[in-house]
Design a protein around this ligand. Sequence first.
Ligand SMILES: Nc1nc2c(ncn2[C@@H]2O[C@H](COP(=O)(O)OP(=O)(O)OP(=O)(O)O)[C@@H](O)[C@H]2O)c(=O)[nH]1
Length: 357
Amino acid sequence: MFKALKEKLFSVRQRLETTISEQPKEAPDTPSPSLDTHVPSPPSQSPEPAEPEEDSRDKKKPGFAQKVVSLVRDREFIISEKDIEDSLSDLEIGLLESDVAFSATDAILTKVREDLTGSKRKIGTSVDSVITNALSDALLSVLGEGVNILDFIASREKPVKILFTGVNGTGKTTSVAKVANFLTKNGLTVAIGAGDTFRAGAIEQIDVHGERLGIKVIQHQEGSDPSAVLYDTVQYAKAHNIDVVLGDTAGRFHNRVNLMNQLAKIRRVIQPDLIVYVDEAVAGNDAVIRAEEFAKSVGMDAVMLTKVDMDPKGGAAISIAHAVGKPLIFIGVGQGYDDIVPFEPKAIVADLLAGEA
Ligand SMILES: Nc1nc2c(ncn2[C@@H]2O[C@H](COP(=O)(O)OP(=O)(O)OP(=O)(O)O)[C@@H](O)[C@H]2O)c(=O)[nH]1
């Protein structure tokens, strides 16, 4: 997953490691002027340097005295913005080339700069963990905390109603089936409402999935009111003590007003617990822009990205939660029912930064 993005992050880590490691390997007897050419010579009277802090990520801009203490006494040096400037440019280009949105790229760069500048490295030790931690924190800051869907469901009254909406053709119907399969494998009972009554074939498609998975699909005729279909599904779920209702809906972007009206009506009628916006990772930055528009005009509570297996860049997956301010809950990673992964930011970041730089 995200092969190209991983390679770019790897090369940035290597470059950072090289540039930071090129700093003095041995502490000189006296402070080397090359350490900081921009500051005046130290006053003859020691300016009572503060005790060096225990925290190796001291964010304050280091003064000359602090640098001297670090270098001579503690045999460590302080990373300056200048040391990492070129690597940060590489990181910026790498992220943008990977289709990471501008705002997410900016947030990542700001966090890496903040984390690394002023942090200390023991002379002779590897800087990899310092760099990896900074990149990891930065990526996590844009991915957010994530949501555990099973905990979410457990916290709500049954049946928990989850609506799927988004752009046609991105794999929304398949995603409803995958989520249904995931939930039943986790011990929950599920009913599906065939609420995409607009697209020819959508009802039949979800019905076939339901049959294969042994999950009840409530359906009306093509062109019927989706609110009515989903209302009936909720009634069925209540009558049969079903844990979760998954509602497919149409995602007609060329007719925004209709879509908004339709969703507004569904909201009134069944009061969904969660509205999941579905789009495909392969659309890259376009998916992020579409999601932002959708969040503004229609609203959503969470995002699912499909076809992540076909997207080596990973830009949409990195940017979308940051762009819409809602968590990415699932990613689709193939065409089978089991090809779905709950999106766990920590696991994704660990995978992105796996391997020694
Ligand atoms: N590789 C891959 N293919 C997927 C994934 N999710 C869906 N697909 C495929 O995408 C194609 C379209 O998916 P559908 O669910 O049929 O979506 P659709 O019918 O085009 O449109 P909507 O249901 O309206 O979104 C199908 O061939 C799916 O198997 C995924 O995560 N990875």
